[in-house]
Structures are given as structure tokens and as C-alpha cells.
Design a protein around this ligand. Structure first.
Ligand SMILES: Nc1ncnc2c1ncn2[C@@H]1O[C@H](COP(=O)(O)OP(=O)(O)O)[C@@H](O)[C@H]1O
Ligand SMILES: N[C@@H](CCC(=O)OP(=O)(O)O)C(=O)O
Length: 368
């Protein structure tokens, strides 16, 4: 059976932590394994970090700089080097590759989201391995249009292409109950069936989870498993374990996916769009949308947080602040403030025009 596989490798596995030099044997093994998987008929996408790390090493910088413009310049140096090395290694095995650089903004617009989907499908149909990274040189935190980390980017790509598996290759062999570099008796976690179990562990180990690199991997698991993608956290030094995992070996931490129920447009609403604000719902409204599949009406809204325009995405949360759904609004935040708590029949009088009956129509709403 042909599977769609997304493999993400982090800087910690691609480079030697002491020298900053490329971990060539890891890279060569990764290239060999991915080429073999391709030849077995699988569709393979590699999400590779390393542009900034390789750029620093190329320019002889001993420390990762903090300055954003400098980091963006360094990424431009490193990305070219990185692709040159990948191309040399993959070409040795006669495997074609492609460079795909994405920003968060590219997935926000429905048109470019669909374009990205089409481009990936063409590349995979051609037997090419796309190598994806964030377009660090143009994406900036200030504009809120960065993925921020490649774990999230990899999960969004896996959701976009409806992957079967997402492998996150890192410098630890599993997810543990706490950072194993700091807590020697941390317990390994082999399977995660429900991310809520982890929220408890996470809450108990907040500082460890927060400072380590695992919080972004758990956030990635939320996106991936919600989109029906099985995710694995595993040791980056041993990419040859990937085929064994596909054969059923219990290696790394496996996150079991939810049934794939969302159509492509709803996956875009859930993962492609970035919420611009929050709408707080009363318990009746939470029940109506979560248990009965209803649209959101103004009467069930308790509070409107943030500024947003009509047709933007918002987070819908309960009175405790827990996100229960996401959706595209039929009213901007200023109008919603005027009509919140009122029945739909009252809207024309309140706003002075005939508005939509629903604040978020059920076709534009995704439960989280
Ligand atoms: N609960 C945990 N389980 C495993 N690793 C953890 C945990 N909490 C923090 N970490 C740290 O996360 C690091 C891996 O994340 P990161 O450095 O971001 O890797 P990458 O570059 O592969 O994305 C590990 O080296 C480990 O020290
Ligand atoms: N886009 C950046 C990597 C960002 C990132 O998430 O890095 P990592 O935590 O090593 O996977 C780069 O190529 O340097």
C-alpha cells in the first residue's frame, strides 16, 4: 500500500551540538532511507530545519544571534547550503528533490492553501521528494505570520496533504514525563491515545515542558492527530527505524490519530487560518454546537475578545477559556459586541440592517 509520509528533522539532529558542523552520517542515512521508501512506492515529504544553524556555521558565528534581521540573513545563507547538500546526497541515489519554502500567510488564504496542496500533489505524483522549510528570510514574528517552529509547520503540511504518518526526528528517543536531560528518572511514554492525558503531565512539569523543545511537538501532535495523521517522536540519529515503525515495531512515542472526519475546507479552517480573536460562549451555546451540531447564534455569546473583521477566523471558547471550536464569523467584533446575548430576530433593530441569522454557520465551524 502506498502511504503518504512526512518526516521532520530538527537542527539538534542535523548538526553536531559541540561544533555546529553538519551531522553527515545522520544526513546520509536519512537520505538513503527516504529514497528507499520512495522506491517502495510511498509518497515522501521531508521538512528540514537547519537553515539558521548551517548559516551560522558557514559564516563562522559561534552563537545563534537574537537580532531578527540578522537571523533572516543567516537563514538565507544556510538554506542554500542545506539544499546543496541534500541535492548532492539525493542525486547520488538518483532521487529528485524540490525546495518548498512556506510562510504562515501562504496557508491562511484559501487560494494559496489550495495552490500549495496542488503543487505538493504534482510533486508527489512526479516521484519527487519535496524538502520544506519555513521561508525564514521573509516571515517575521512582528507580522504574526510565522509558523514559529518547524514542528508546527510539519504538522500543518501533514494535514494539508492528508498524510498517513508524521515522524518528528529529534535528539531524544521518546517523549518522557519530564525532560530526560534534567530529570534522570523521567518515565518514557510509548503511546498517547488522548492528548488530554498529557495535559495533566504537562501541567505538573510546566517549567520543563515549557523550556524544552517538547511543547511544540505536543502542539504539533494536536494538529496532526486532529487531522487523522499518526505521529511519532523518535531519535533522529536512527532514521532507519522509520521502516521498522511502519512494519509495526513499537519505537519512539506514537500519537494515535482521531478518525478522519473533516473535509478539506474544514481542515483549512481548523489549521490553515490563524484566529484573530476569541468569542466566549455560554454553556447552552457550547452544548448546541458541540453536541447538536448547530450553528452559533448571537444569543449564546457572553463575551467578545480582540478586534476582528467579518469573514475572519475566531476561537470559540467556553466560560473557562477552553477552546471548543474554531470558525469563520459573519460579523466583525464591533457588531458582535452590539448583538451578543440577543436573539437573531433583534439583530436588524440593533444594527440597522438585515444581518446574517448565524454568527458562525455550522459549515464554517470546526470542533477542536
Ligand atoms: N518531556 C520531555 N521529553 C523529552 N524531551 C524533552 C522533554 N522536555 C523537554 N525535552 C527536551 O526537548 C529537546 C528536543 O527538542 P528540540 O531541541 O526543540 O529539538 P529539535 O531541534 O529536534 O526540534 C530534548 O533534547 C529534551 O532535552
Ligand atoms: N526554520 C528554522 C528552524 C526552526 C525550528 O523549528 O528548528 P528546530 O526546533 O530545530 O526544528 C531553520 O531552518 O533554521
Amino acid at each position: 500500500m502506498s502511504l503518504t509520509l512526512v518526516i521532520k528533522i530538527g537542527t539538534s539532529s542535523l548538526t553536531d551540538p559541540e561544533t555546529g558542523n553538519l551531522a553527515l552520517s545522520t544526513l546520509a542515512l536519512l537520505v538513503e532511507v527516504l529514497s528507499q521508501l520512495r522506491h517502495q512506492g510511498h509518497r515522501v515529504i521531508l521538512v528540514s530545519s537547519g537553515a539558521i544553524g548551517v548559516g551560522c556555521s558557514r559564516l563562522g558565528l559561534k552563537k545563534r544571534p537574537r537580532d531578527i534581521a540578522l537571523k533572516q540573513a543567516i537563514a538565507a545563507v544556510g538554506q542554500g547550503r542545506l539544499m546543496r547538500i541534500y541535492d548532492d546526497l539525493f542525486t547520488t541515489l538518483d532521487q529528485a528533490i524540490a525546495q518548498v519554502l512556506l510562510t504562515r500567510r501562504d496557508l491562511e488564504s484559501r487560494v494559496s492553501y489550495v495552490n500549495a496542496y496542488d503543487a505538493f500533489q504534482e510533486l508527489l505524483d512526479l516521484g519527487v521528494i519535496p524538502i520544506v522549510n519555513e521561508n525564514d528570510t521573509v516571515a517575521t514574528d512582528e507580522l504574526r505570520r510565522k509558523f514559529g517552529d518547524n514542528d508546527t509547520l510539519a504538522a500543518l503540511v501533514a494535514s494539508l496533504v492528508e498524510a498517513d504518518w508524521l515522524f518528528l526526528l529529534t535528539d531524544v528517543d521518546k517523549l518522557y514525563s519530564a525532560d530526560p536531560h534534567l530529570v534522570p528518572d523521567a518515565q518514557p511514554i510509548a503511546h498517547v491515545h488522548n492528548l488530554e492525558e498529557l495535559t495533566e503531565v504537562e501541567a505538573g512539569e510546566a517549567s520543563t515542558w515549557g523550556t524544552g523543545g517538547m511543547s511544540t511537538k505536543i502542539a504539533a501532535a494536536r494538529i496532526a492527530t486532529n487531522a487523522g495523521v499518526r505521529m511519532v517522536i523518535m531519535q533522529g540519529r536512527y532514521p532507519n527505524q522509520i521502516p521498522r515503525i511502519l512494519d509495526g515495531d513499537e519505537i519512539g512515542t506514537q500519537f494515535h490519530p482521531a478518525p478522519r472526519t473533516l473535509n478539506a475546507r474544514k481542515r483549512w479552517i481548523a489549521n490553515g487560518l490563524v484566529p484573530s480573536g476569541t468569542v466566549v460562549l455560554d454553556p447552552g451555546a457550547v452544548k448546541a454546537i458541540c453536541d447538536r451540531g448547530k450553528s452559533l447564534l448571537a444569543v449564546g455569546i457572553s463575551e467578545v475578545i480582540g478586534q476582528f473583521q467579518v469573514s475572519e477566523a475566531v476561537t470559540l471558547c467556553d466560560l473557562e477559556g477552553k477552546e471548543v471550536a474554531r470558525g469563520i464569523v459573519n460579523y466583525g467584533s464591533d457588531e458582535l459586541d452590539l448583538i451578543k446575548g440577543y436573539r437573531s430576530d433583534d439583530i436588524p433593530d440593533l444594527l440597522g440592517y438585515e444581518g446574517s441569522d448565524t454568527v458562525v454557520h455550522r459549515d464554517d465551524l470546526v470542533l477542536m
